[in-house]
Write a protein that binds this ligand. Sequence first.
Ligand SMILES: [Fe+2]
Length: 190
Amino acid sequence: MLLGALASLPLSLVGGPLDDPQKLTPENEMGPFYKKGAPASSMLRPAGAPGFGLEVKGRVHNTRGDLVEGVEIEVWQADHDGHYDLKGHNYRARLVLPRTAEYDFQSVMPGHYPDRVAQHIHYIVRAPGHKALVTQLYFGTDPVFLGDPAKNFAKDPLVRNPDLIRPVTLLDENKVARALVQFDIVLERA
Ligand SMILES: [Fe+2]
């Protein structure tokens, strides 16, 4: 069903891309479901778990346009059905970035859940010499945005800045469709 919903939307959806590498990434709420101790892994999806495959990747700069060294990112999200794992650490990960300041993780598109309007993935980004950033990633294909995230971002009252809504590219690999999202992050120096 999700695949159908995604396939019915144009692939060129744009949600205010972070084209300027020196434009500070907006903050967004931490939410109630953060949990310490996430595993150092780029695979958030447990083996065999249902959902539409998702890869998220990006790079971390600071507002001077420099790549940031020593970045650690924690990500957490709801599963395909909109549930957070509060007992274990499924759909949670800690990413330690190399000197290229690039990150990449595999997951599924997060489900909607009752207390939130839009699909999202939570982020905490930390690096020496920089202010920690708490934010959330949203998806241009989310039906909540009615195909026009720049206009309809406030359908979720927590989305105050459309820059956090990213375009979704659909890939077809050996007849298996999955989504790819680029989410570059810009930190402020401390
Ligand atoms: Fe959440």
